[in-house]
Design a protein around this ligand. Structure first.
Ligand SMILES: [Fe+2]
Length: 368
């Protein structure tokens, strides 16, 4: 397709937007595909009413039930399931493990810390750690304190590193930063903690099968291969940025899977050029439903949000920063927000339980 332009337009997206105007990006393939930038005198988020299923949603997950071991599905389709999982500090030895035969599991530790025991070795995690648990990798948690996880299950592919293209192998994060399973630490932990894995519960088609054993089955003495669990901490992510122009959310991709991507937004300096847009641009992410989980920090582009909240912006819903954020950008030089975004190609269904914690007036928050 050829580029074409009419009227007022810029020669560089997100930069030099005419005074008193706003830019709206309309793009395919989640910021990778054909795209146009429309210059308008007012943002396209100035609706007076929205009726129908494309209303955006805000959920306050902090208010959900938190009994030990509570697992709450939130959004789902045939590629991805996004859930929250709460549990208490582990007391006593670990004897039970789990195995997900439905897909690969990406845990993100929102609160707490602990260890994961696997047949490949022990992994340590803390607040801000991703734990990538491949499909069918048997694992058991030991929590040092109460924990909250955002859990993303990939049902039709494994999690892959993003294509780094011309910025090379060590951009975004260096694969050397992955936390690898340690077999010696596993055996030491199990001995010290008197742990014996004798029961494994396997999930397949959302049904559970329990395998029981007369003795410990976490008895691996060695292994080789490129199939194993690992961790990656947000402190080891190196956010991409340009001093001159605002980069799209896709620049913050951490993992890709079939039908969806996982991005991590991190503290970073804002753009320095006087004519550069410093807040996320107004856009229609035409092909993707977007889930954003607010992990920590000050979410400057949104009003009245706190850590632990989630938003769902369906494809077809134009969105951008709240009016206050545009006004308040002022002399701000940095963002200090941490958030995890899951963008899904297929429409996301919402678990009915979420209605209990929905902030119903969210769609009106752009009208203030
Ligand atoms: Fe978006």
């Amino acid at each position: 397709m050829h580029q074409y332009s009419q009227g007022k337009f810029t020669t560089q997206g997100h930069k030099g937007i005419p005074e008193g105007h706003f830019e709206e990006e309309q793009g395919r393939k989640g910021f990778f595909g054909p795209v146009s930038h429309l210059i308008k005198p007012k943002p396209s988020t100035r609706w007076t009413n929205i009726e129908g299923p494309l209303r955006p949603h805000l959920y306050d997950a902090i208010n959900m039930a938190k009994q030990p071991g509570h697992w709450q599905r939130m959004f789902f389709n045939s590629d991805v399931v996004v859930s929250m999982y709460w549990d208490h500090k582990t007391s006593g030895p670990v004897s039970k493990a789990v195995r997900n035969a439905d897909g690969d599991t990406l845990y993100f530790c929102h609160q707490g810390s602990g260890t994961v025991l696997t047949e490949y070795g022990l992994l340590e995690f803390r607040r801000g750690s991703y734990i990538n648990m491949p499909k069918c990798a048997t694992h058991a948690f030991h929590f040092n304190e109460d924990v909250t996880f955002l859990v993303t299950e990939s049902l039709s592919s494994s999690f892959q590193e993003p294509d780094r293209g011309m910025v090379g192998r060590n951009a975004f994060y260096d694969p050397a930063a992955f936390g690898k399973p340690d077999l010696d630490k596993l055996h030491a932990f199990m001995k010290d903690n008197k742990s014996d894995i004798r029961e494994i519960t396997v999930k397949r088609w959302d049904q559970f099968t329990k395998f029981s054993y007369a003795e410990n089955v976490f008895d691996t003495v060695g292994w080789k291969g490129d199939f194993f669990p690992f961790t990656l901490h947000v402190d080891d992510l190196m956010p991409m940025l340009s001093a001159r122009v605002h980069l799209p959310p896709s620049a913050h991709t951490t993992f890709v899977a079939r039908g969806f991507v996982v991005c991590t937004f991190l503290p970073r300096p804002l753009e320095q050029d006087a004519d550069a847009l410093k807040v996320p641009f107004y856009h229609q992410n035409i092909d993707y439903d977007e889930v954003l989980f607010y992990h920590d920090g000050n979410f400057f582009s949104r009003d009245n949000l706190h850590a632990g909240m989630l938003t769902l912006h369906p494809a077809g819903f134009p969105h951008g920063p709240h009016p206050k954020a545009v006004k308040n950008i002022g002399n701000k030089t940095h963002t200090d927000e941490y958030a995890v975004m899951i963008d899904s190609w297929q429409t996301l269904q919402v678990d009915p339980q979420l209605e209990k914690v929905e902030v119903k007036e969210y769609w009106q928050s752009w009208m203030k």
